[in-house]
Design a protein around this ligand. Structure first.
Ligand SMILES: [Zn+2]
Ligand SMILES: [Zn+2]
Length: 105
């Protein structure tokens, strides 16, 4: 039997110090889109890395957005859905940043 590991956790973002109200489903910061490397599979809290996950890319999928995050400590890559609570400016900033990088080529 699989244990349901969904938990509600409040946390303070280690990147921008925003106090985030956990909804038990996502643990990324809605302000800067950083999160922490605490999961191996979403929600399982099975990783003991604890590194900061930096948003490095945005994917568009089915009319929604997905942020790709990379752990600054171990390089683990994870995808996270952007929700209505997330700061869309931050999403646009990542897209813009990426475009600039591509132009510099
Ligand atoms: Zn933040
Ligand atoms: Zn990590």
């Amino acid at each position: 039997m699989k244990r349901f590991s969904r938990r509600t956790e409040d946390f303070v973002c280690e990147h921008c110090n925003t106090e985030v109200k956990g909804n038990g489903y996502t643990n990324h910061c809605p302000h800067c889109l950083y999160s922490k490397h605490v999961d191996i599979n979403p929600g399982d809290r099975a990783s003991d890395c604890g590194g900061l996950m930096e948003p490095i890319d945005i994917e568009q999928k089915n009319g929604g957005y997905i942020v790709i995050q990379r752990c600054l400590r171990c390089g683990f890559i994870r995808k996270n859905k952007i929700t209505a609570e997330d700061n869309f400016e931050a999403v646009l900033n990542i897209i813009r940043h990426k475009t600039t990088l591509l132009r510099k080529g």
